[in-house]
Design a protein around this ligand. Structure first.
Ligand SMILES: [Zn+2]
Length: 425
């Protein structure tokens, strides 16, 4: 049978019968990619759970052909996800540097001072709040993961432990505070009730306040094969076109953006109230929308081709790993980011192909990756075992990691980067 013949509907296609778009409620009929069954990516498996089962959820990305939001179904509640959340922003040097640079830029651009109010949604371990505190700009955070928020509170930073949405925004406004700067880095994609979240931002924003939202640009998800950034806890993936649509629904105007290198290529959006006429919409906003259209981002054929490209990444990585192991080479990995769970589970890579990985986050050390049960050790394990190949799982940090591990060249180790396409460096 050739692929030009008519095939029966796939399980992913059949699953579209039961859901609507999270943003605009249009029927969600178009599958971008089906990554199979995968456990929650931000979890880790401790040794005492090695003999227990794990829950796997179907992981499929869809695209709405009305508002162009790329999305996965919210099969798991936020409460379930954040009860064991183990992501601490401060473990990445490049992320800390990025955050300092953002703080310097935005304080200068908006003229923030000791009379301003900054509110950060998903303030994590205080990695960003501390920069504002150092500049004397009042700032507090809203963070749903209690164990992560506690790290910020222990440093004397101001933080409330809550999920963000309309109710939280109303409670903060009732306490007499509104945001001159309301920032959310890499959070809006992680909220199941997108409209409630954006409606909350509208409520909390001061009359002439500014919202900044940093998120990976979904054009890279498609064009750079960044399918491993798709996971259960990451519900929505935004083009500028889609971000503009959701902000418009809530009386907010996207008036500018910056292109930034984080997470494999991100956009930092600037938004204001529709009736705030103190700032014009920059012409580059329309230009980017036109660029996305010119790149096929509002053409369903682009998404049909995407599934095939993702499969190529899988087949190339598996061919390399099987070849290396047949030659008797040892293969380790570096990093245990959430995206590793998607990549390794989708590809079916277990200890026979990658013997272990390492991570600087002590909470992850001496545990196991979800689904594949590949062990996670401290980075020193690489020096002890001297593997022939080191697969860099957080490929967005590959330059930083290759510098950290440059001494591995002395024993002839090579680095393997699987995405956007397989590279042996
Ligand atoms: Zn939609």
């Amino acid at each position: 049978m050739t692929e030009t013949q008519t095939l029966p509907r796939t399980s992913a296609e059949m699953s579209t019968d039961i859901r609507c778009c999270r943003c605009c409620s249009a029927p969600l009929q178009n599958v971008a990619v089906d990554l199979g069954l995968i456990p929650l990516c931000e979890n880790i498996v401790p040794v005492e759970k090695l003999n227990q089962g794990e829950v796997f959820y179907p992981l499929r990305a869809f695209v709405c052909d009305t508002c162009w939001l790329i999305q996965v179904h919210d099969l798991v509640s936020g409460e379930e996800i954040y009860s064991h959340y183990a992501y601490f922003s401060s473990y990445s040097d490049s992320w800390l540097k990025h955050s300092r640079q953002y703080c310097d830029m935005i304080v200068d651009r908006l003229g923030l001072d000791e009379k301003s109010q900054v509110i950060e949604i998903a303030s994590n371990d205080g990695y960003m709040l501390k920069n504002f505190k150092a500049k004397g700009v009042p700032a507090f955070g809203v963070e749903p993961a209690a164990n992560v928020a506690q790290v910020a509170i222990d440093q004397g930073l101001d933080c409330i432990v809550r999920f963000f949405g309309v109710e939280t925004a109303k409670a903060i406004v009732a306490s007499g505070k509104k945001a001159d700067l309301l920032l959310g880095n890499n959070v809006i994609g992680h909220v199941p009730d997108l409209n409630d979240f954006v409606a909350g931002m509208k409520i909390l924003l001061a009359e002439q306040g500014t919202i900044t939202i940093e998120i990976p640009h979904a054009i890279n998800l498609i064009q750079q094969n960044q399918f491993d950034t798709i996971y259960q806890e990451h519900y929505s993936y935004f083009l500028l076109t889609a971000m503009r649509n959701v902000l418009n629904r809530h009386g907010l105007t996207l008036f500018d953006f910056d292109v930034i290198p984080t997470h494999g290529g991100s956009l930092r959006f600037y938004a204001k109230h529709d009736d705030d006429h103190t700032r014009e919409v920059h012409p580059r906003v329309d230009e980017m929308e036109q660029y996305e259209i010119s790149q096929g981002m509002t053409d369903l054929q682009t998404y049909r081709d995407y599934g095939r490209n993702v499969m190529e990444v899988k087949w190339n990585l598996l061919e390399f790993l099987i070849g290396a192991r047949r030659e008797g080479k040892s293969v380790a990995a570096y990093g245990a980011p959430g995206k590793a769970a998607t990549l390794l589970n989708y590809c079916g890579i277990r200890e026979d192909l990658i013997q272990y990985t390492v991570d600087r986050n002590k909470m992850k050390q001496d545990t196991f990756l979800v689904g594949t049960l590949i062990p996670i050790y401290a980075p020193e394990m690489i020096d002890q075992t001297k593997p022939d190949y080191i697969v860099i799982l957080p490929w967005n940090l590959k330059d930083e990691i290759m510098v950290q591990l440059s001494h591995a060249r002395h024993w002839g180790a090579k680095f393997v980067v699987p995405i956007p396409k397989l590279e042996i460096l």
